[in-house]
Design a protein around this ligand. Structure first.
Ligand SMILES: Cc1ncc(COP(=O)(O)O)c(C=O)c1O
Length: 404
């Protein structure tokens, strides 16, 4: 169990990130950093005590699928940062999203989801959940009148949105969508992966469940796969119980690595955001680029949703007149920036949605959402800004045959 040496609830986010979940005691000593407990099971001096812990998971650990020290430490840290009553960790972001939808909806129910959403989430809704009797309708989440009309018509069990969407960086007005969801008796599930709790905290704005791919900015170094649901103190034990039998848990070592990443997340996010904002402005001024998607660049943002002037580290842009061939040339001529299917690492990463995150869509479906053939997504890292811009410049020249 974590030694509750400091009350972190009122502390600064930087303090919470460094201390939350840490200092799990071992006997009389308290390590400054948690040990990694790989043990599958935990024994007790007598069976009565084991029986007692079995009956109440808050009293200790019995079997690692039910809970284990490093997983619990990470859950505590993310719950603190998202200002939730509790959190449940998963082996991937998709496991967390599947668990959140399973929690909210059953056979005969409908989910109302944002049309602009990560491709694997679209796929699980339209294949897996459809197979088990959960229907999904999609809506442009920026059109609040349409969201309200659909919610009133469908009576959905849940509304599912990304706080900042993948890959078009569209911003959902969380407070407004939460109001619509609750009027319709639906739970609001928000994927906060792109924003992180450093940029936005959807629970404060009325969301019921926040999900994360902790693979991304939370872990931050490209060496972990994980996910998280953060929710109220009342809902957490229910969701934990659901995962006790579903078994989609992360490993202790991955959880330890993620908690290590959490400590620097506030600092990393500030640098990520500063660089991303500079890259967005630089691209917006480049005649070889037709459009740039970055929160706040093309219009106002919902009040109170983005903290401390931070807009996130993700952006996407259309290379003017480009198709697959030019985008391939762009990616193949990057040298500092890595062309890889992930985001949220300390290094800058580029991705072509048409062949990766949204590969499962037909070209017509992609175009309907606004994902053009020349669209490139960037996860801006914490390298020196001039090095990132130089790399982009060289690759854009190679892709378009034109200089800036
Ligand atoms: C916004 C978003 N949510 C969820 C996921 C799924 O996360 P994971 O790959 O950890 O399962 C991703 C993956 O890229 C994502 O971009």
């Amino acid at each position: 169990m974590t030694v509750p040496s400091i009350d972190l609830s009122a502390a600064a986010v930087e303090t919470q990130a460094v201390h939350a979940g840490e200092r799990a005691g071992i006997g009389h000593a308290t390590p400054t950093v948690n040990a990694i407990h790989l043990s599958t099971a935990f024994s007790y001096p007598d069976t009565a005590e084991l029986d007692d812990v079995f009956s109440d998971p808050r009293k200790g650990y019995v079997y690692s699928r039910h809970g284990s020290p490093n997983v619990q430490a990470l859950e505590e840290a993310i719950a603190t940062l998202e200002r939730g009553g509790g959190a449940v960790a998963y082996g991937s972001g998709m496991a967390a999203i599947n668990a959140a939808i399973t929690h909210a909806a059953g056979p005969g129910d409908t989910v109302l989801a944002s049309r602009d959403i990560y491709g694997a989430v679209y796929a699980t809704l339209t294949t897996h959940f459809r197979k088990y009797g959960v229907q999904t309708e999609f809506v442009d989440i920026r059109d609040l009148d349409a969201v309200r009309a659909q919610a009133e018509r469908l009576n959905p069990a849940a509304i599912l949105v990304e706080s900042v969407s993948n890959p078009l960086l569209r911003v959902a007005d969380i407070a407004a969508v939460a109001g619509i969801a609750h009027d319709a008796g639906a739970l609001l599930i928000v994927d906060n992966t792109f924003a992180t709790p450093i940029v936005s905290r959807p629970l404060d704005l009325g969301a019921d469940l926040v999900v994360h791919s902790t693979t991304k900015f939370i872990s931050g170094h490209g060496d972990v796969t994980g996910g998280m649901i953060v929710t109220s103190a009342e809902r957490t034990p229910v969701i934990r119980e659901e995962n006790r039998i579903a078994g989609a848990i992360p490993s202790p070592f991955d959880s330890w690595l993620s908690l290590r990443g959490v400590k620097t997340m506030p600092l990393r996010m500030r640098e990520h955001c500063r660089n991303a904002s500079a890259v967005a402005s630089w691209l917006a001024d480049d005649p070889r680029v037709a459009a740039v998607n970055y929160p706040g660049l093309n219009g106002p943002l919902p009040d109170g949703q983005f903290h401390d002037g931070l807009r996130g580290a993700m952006l996407s842009f259309d290379i003017a007149g480009a198709g697959r061939e030019q985008v391939f040339a762009f990616l193949d001529n990057l040298s500092l920036i890595q062309s890889a299917t992930t985001l949220g690492d300390v290094y800058t990463l580029a991705l072509y949605p048409a062949i990766s995150s949204h590969r499962g869509y037909t070209p017509e479906q992609r175009h309907e959402i606004g994902i053009g053939d020349g669209l490139v997504r960037l996860s801006v890292g914490i390298e020196g800004i001039q090095d990132i811009l130089t790399d982009l410049d060289v690759a854009l020249t190679a892709a378009t045959g034109r200089t800036r």
